[in-house]
Design a protein around this ligand. Structure first.
Ligand code: CU
Length: 124
């Protein structure tokens, strides 16, 4: 009987220690998450519709907090969680929406699907 009691106590202690460790590592992961900010060049945007398309594409990326596209400056300023998103992912999201992003060229298929007013090639 005493033995069962001791095993019971040991089990409770083990659960307690494991829980504390899990809590610690969760807090450590949280502390490592930083909100980063980056500005990406989007030289091929030409109108409000482009701004909406790029903004929505960025907001769909996991970890993105805010996305603000400036039509005049032709930039997209993004804040994102360092543990989830990367600049590469953000650039790719913009390229997949049909627009150049920094040195990443747009996805040609996505570009073809854009509204006529957003296609920069014809306006050169
Ligand atoms: Cu447009």
């Amino acid at each position: 009987m005493k033995r069962i009691f001791l095993m019971f106590v040991a089990a409770i202690l083990t659960v307690g220690v494991v829980t504390a460790q899990l809590k610690q590592s969760a807090e450590a992961a949280k502390a490592d998450t930083k909100v980063l900010k980056t500005t990406i060049k989007v030289p091929t945007i030409v109108c409000g519709s482009c701004v909406t398309t790029v903004t929505n594409a960025l907001k769909k990326v996991d970890g993105v907090k805010t996305a603000k596209v400036d039509l005049k400056k032709k930039t997209a300023t993004v804040t994102y969680a360092s543990t989830k998103a990367t600049v590469d992912k953000l650039e790719k999201a913009i390229a997949d929406a049909g627009y150049d992003a920094n040195d990443v060229k747009r996805n040609p298929e996505a570009y073809e699907k854009l509204d006529a007013c957003c296609k920069t090639d014809e306006k050169k």
